[in-house]
Design a protein around this ligand. Structure first.
Ligand SMILES: Cc1cc2nc3c(=O)[nH]c(=O)nc-3n(C[C@H](O)[C@H](O)[C@H](O)COP(=O)(O)O)c2cc1C
Length: 193
């Protein structure tokens, strides 16, 4: 496979130990690496961002961990996000992260610098049969608002407990769907270069 300089940042919207979404993300990033992307798995739980607080921002400025995260986003070409569905929506940990990332470090910092021009591949794993379609819809809407191009046909993994049991890996058709997403993501990013 041809190596490219395209870099992909991967995020899971679950901090749960044993999270199906985090496992799905790990599998997707492996596949993206196989087709030549440079990948970084961002562990949002370990960053432990505070809840967005305008007073905190006014008194202390953007927290150092937000600045670091923002730099990581700015440096990435594309995103792969695996989101659980919580009550028909994508989870608060992602929303809080996005809210912080929209804040500017100063007047020289372009609006939405963390998001503009990015392309994202989305996926969701749920234990039930919904496949997180509402989380994917709300997340797509949020990312569009932030200036991110979202690839069509997000990947849904239904009955995730079953898919990951015993063999600890995904069925072949799911892996091939992840391959397709990686190829589409790299293709879209090369075109936008
Ligand atoms: C607060 C909460 C709300 C949930 N709401 C939904 C939902 O709206 N739709 C759904 O399919 N599953 C829902 N679930 C079940 C999750 O899909 C399931 O817990 C999944 O495994 C979470 O992802 P994770 O394994 O990556 O942590 C909910 C779970 C929690 C904890």
């Amino acid at each position: 496979m041809t190596k490219t300089s395209i870099s992909i940042l991967g995020l899971s919207g679950s901090t749960r130990k044993g999270s199906f979404n985090t496992k799905l993300l790990t599998a997707a990033l492996e596949r993206a690496e196989n087709v030549g992307a440079r990948v970084t798995h961002l562990d949002l739980g370990s960053i432990n961002l505070p809840f967005y607080d305008a007073d905190l921002e006014v008194t202390s400025g953007l927290p150092g961990k937000v600045r670091d995260l923002k730099k990581q986003f700015e440096e990435a070409d594309g995103l792969i996000i695996a989101t659980p569905e919580y009550n028909g929506f994508f989870p608060g940990i992602l929303k809080n992260c996005f809210d912080w990332l929209t804040r500017r470090t100063g007047p020289e910092d372009p609006i939405l610098s963390a998001f503009n021009g990015k392309v994202a591949g989305l996926m969701s794993a749920t234990v039930g049969g919904s496949g997180g379609i509402r989380a994917l819809t709300s997340l797509t809407s949020q990312l569009h608002y932030l200036g991110v191009t979202v690839l069509p046909r997000p990947f849904s993994l239904t009955h995730a407990g079953k898919a990951f049991s015993d063999i600890q890996t995904l069925p072949v058709d799911s892996l091939s769907a992840l391959d397709d997403m990686s190829v589409a993501l790299l293709h879209a990013l090369r075109k936008s270069d």
